[in-house]
Write a protein that binds this ligand. Structure first.
Ligand SMILES: [Zn+2]
Length: 458
């Protein structure tokens, strides 16, 4: 809006109305929840743009409480002759200090001398990005747990707690793996449709997590879309259900497009999901760098409820309670970490020559994350607040492509790893094997509930 237009507008409005506008305006601008007042450009064009109309037409269907956590990174390392726990833990990337602490905790329930060649040790890490697509180690964030599997019936797990302490737990009499499959059509809600089809909630959450790189569950899922998932159930020697294992295959059919994904473990022991051509489902940037949040305001022009003209919102807002952790959407370098006008406490991360992401209104920054720090995807960088010109606690999130803000819900994400050569050939074999298992479990087949039946171990 030009100066002249503003002047005309001011002369037309009585002073009282102007006062109301000046005071109440920031609280009114955003019809869907807390949002930011300062990050909008005035724009005098009338009528909602398509983007804004889309946003209204697609009020969230469901899944608001099941916003996905970033997917953990799982690495299996096989014990070789002569290996000690220390060798293996260091190989998995633990510092010697942490390895010692983890071994001390584990030793309370497991004798390290019983370690045998051929055993698998499983490491679970918080996720980080595959910006360097061929460097799977770069994807590992902080360690969460380590499990020693001496045989089918025993598991010894060490958990790393938040304060860098370790605790260990022994689970006996695991496990035989059974496969289950569930599929269905989405009616009003993915959640209800999936649960009605027999998909356990934990499996459903994992399904959402697998697809969260590409599918915006608050906007992209429509009635009539279909899901199909094949997953593992772990059964004890007594035939009792123990826990769910991995999803081996999933397909979300959105409109007319199938989006199948297959679980594949690469040669370094990393497991991940890949499309039929061997492209990783894991992307370089997350669309929603926060957990459990509600999209409160989308990208694009929005009609001003009082003055009637439109404003451009160059990011998306996620409403979340004050103090909710905010994740780095991708690995990169922190290039800005300070107050920044209407953005309040603001962080910008440069991911590569093309992409940056920005985060506004933070209550506070994570202490260890400073300007110049290298951060990993999924690492906490700060906490939700309402600093700057904001009307309530929320995260204002921007994805910048070549320095320009783009719509995080629409931008085509830079892709992750693409399998090549021998790895691709191995993947194609795994994919074929998975498809044979799928064919053995027809879509209509109900989830097996054989909890009483005795299943003999081999
Ligand atoms: Zn915003």
């Amino acid at each position: 809006m030009s100066w002249k237009e503003k002047f005309v507008l001011m002369r037309r409005l009585p002073l009282a109305a102007l006062t109301v506008v000046a005071v109440v305006l920031p609280l009114w601008i955003f019809e869907w929840g807390p949002s930011d007042a300062a990050l909008l450009d005035n724009n005098a064009t009338n009528g909602l743009t398509q983007a804004a109309l889309d946003l209204r037409a697609s009020a969230p269907i469901d899944m608001l409480d099941l916003a996905p956590l970033p997917q953990p990174v799982v690495q299996n390392i096989k014990v070789r002759k002569g290996d000690t726990l220390m060798d293996i833990f260091v190989k998995a990337g633990l510092t010697r200090g942490n390895a010692i602490k983890a071994i001390q905790a584990l030793s309370k329930i497991y004798n390290p001398k019983r370690l045998r060649p051929g055993q698998d040790i499983e490491f679970v890490f918080e996720p980080a990005a595959l910006l360097e697509p061929d460097d799977a180690d770069a994807a590992k964030g902080e360690l969460k747990q380590i499990t020693v599997h001496p045989d089918l019936f025993r598991e010894y797990t060490v958990y790393q707690l938040d304060d860098d302490k370790f605790t260990a737990k022994y689970i006996k009499q695991a496990i035989e793996t059974k496969l289950a499959r569930a599929s269905g059509k989405i009616s009003s809600s993915l959640y209800l449709s999936a649960v009605n089809a027999g998909v356990p909630v934990l499996v459903l959450m994992e399904l959402i997590r697998i697809y969260s790189w590409d599918v915006d569950f608050q906007r992209s899922i429509r009635a009539g879309d279909q899901f199909d998932v094949m997953y593992e159930r772990k059964i004890t020697e007594k035939g009792e259900f123990a826990r769910y294992g991995n999803i081996l295959y999933a397909n979300l059919k959105l409109g007319k497009t199938d989006n199948p994904l297959y679980l594949f473990t690469g040669k370094k022991g990393f497991s991940d999901y890949f499309d039929p051509k061997g492209r990783s489902a894991r992307k370089a940037l997350m669309r929603t760098p926060i957990n459990g949040a509600r999209l409160s305001s989308g990208y694009g022009r929005r009609r001003h409820p009082v003055l009637g003209y439109n404003k451009m919102h160059r990011g998306v807002d996620f409403a979340a309670p004050r103090g909710t952790p905010i994740f780095a959407a991708g690995s990169g370098t922190v290039v800005y970490r300070a107050r920044n006008g209407g953005y309040g406490n603001y962080v910008r991360i440069r991911h590569n020559s093309e992409y940056s992401t920005a985060y506004g209104h933070m209550k506070s920054f994570r202490r260890s994350v400073r300007r110049g720090s290298r951060v990993r995807q999924g690492q906490i960088i700060g906490y939700v607040g309402s600093t700057g010109r904001s009307t309530g606690p929320h995260l204002h999130y921007e994805i910048l492509h070549r320095g320009r803000q783009t719509n995080p819900m629409r931008v085509k994400m830079p892709s992750g790893k693409h399998l090549k050569g021998k790895e691709l050939a191995r993947f194609m074999n795994v994919r074929a094997a998975t498809e044979i298992k799928l064919a053995d479990l027809p879509k209509s087949k109900k989830v097996a509930q054989r909890t009483k039946k005795l299943i003999l171990a081999k």
